[in-house]
Design a protein around this ligand. Structure first.
Ligand code: PGA
Length: 243
């Protein structure tokens, strides 16, 4: 069975005082039997070590070390206390021109450092309106997910670019179509494809979480804006616990 994961991606948000949100979350969900993953900015990873939650970086460089000013390696994330890392988030693909091939090398770097890679994929609005969603998903899965992936070292997050931070959410039928497609492709390619956790991401909120978690092959969510406060994130976690 795929593991249920409620993941919060804080993006470029969060300072020391934000950690109070995690203490509130801990009071409510410290004993949850689903995985709760927090991906804070790099500066807060070490400070999250005393929480009961899984901690992840938001990106890593493909290499372990070297002359790459401003970058961070998977090994450094692991050393700071992370057990996961997001790779290929659409904001990295757009803001930093990251290609599928680069994302695959980052995922491999994550595996080599003992981290679980959350590999993000998703179509733009143009691609959806052009009827190309499943082709885009196929190309991203093929290009971004290394041959060495398995259900223990990899989580796939389907995040339609047009749903991220916009308040626009695909219909549950649209999510179902893509998630079952991803499941089929993973099962074709990997012996344990049925066991990969598949997350939906893009404008997940307390008000829509239960409907999204009822969709087949949705094993959790990658949440941006609504993960920043305990008040907003807690109902999403609760909905996943109940799903
Ligand atoms: P959002 O972001 O929940 O704010 O739409 C999701 C994400 O980018 O992971």
């Amino acid at each position: 069975m795929p593991r249920k994961i409620a993941a919060g991606n804080w993006k470029m948000n969060g300072v020391q005082s934000t950690l109070a949100e995690l203490r509130t979350l801990e009071d409510k969900h410290g004993d949850a039997d689903i995985a709760i993953l927090i991906c804070p900015p790099f500066t807060l990873i070490s400070a999250c070590e005393d929480t009961p939650f899984d901690i992840g970086g938001q990106d890593c460089h493909p290499e372990d070390a070297g002359a790459h000013t401003g970058d961070i390696s998977a090994e450094m994330l692991a050393d700071a206390g992370a057990s996961y890392v997001l790779v290929g988030h659409s904001e990295r693909r757009t803001d930093h021109g990251e290609t599928d091939a680069l994302v695959a090398t980052k995922a491999q770097a994550a595996y080599d450092a003992g981290l679980i890679a959350v590999i993000c994929i998703g179509e733009t609005l143009d691609e959806r309106e052009g009827g190309n969603t499943l082709d885009v998903i196929d190309a991203q899965l093929e290009g971004s997910v290394p041959a060495t992936a398995d259900a223990l070292n990899t989580v796939i997050a389907y995040e339609p670019v047009w749903a991220i931070g916009t308040g626009k959410v695909p219909t549950t039928q649209q999510i179902a179509e893509v998630h079952s497609h991803i499941r089929t492709r993973l099962s074709d390619r990997f012996a344990d494809g049925a066991a990969f956790s598949l997350l939906y991401g893009g404008s997940v909120k307390g008000s829509n979480a239960a409907d999204i978690f009822a969709v087949p092959h949705v094993n959790g969510a990658l949440v941006g804006g609504a993960s920043l406060t305990a008040q907003d994130f807690s109902p999403i976690i609760a909905a996943l616990e109940e799903a």
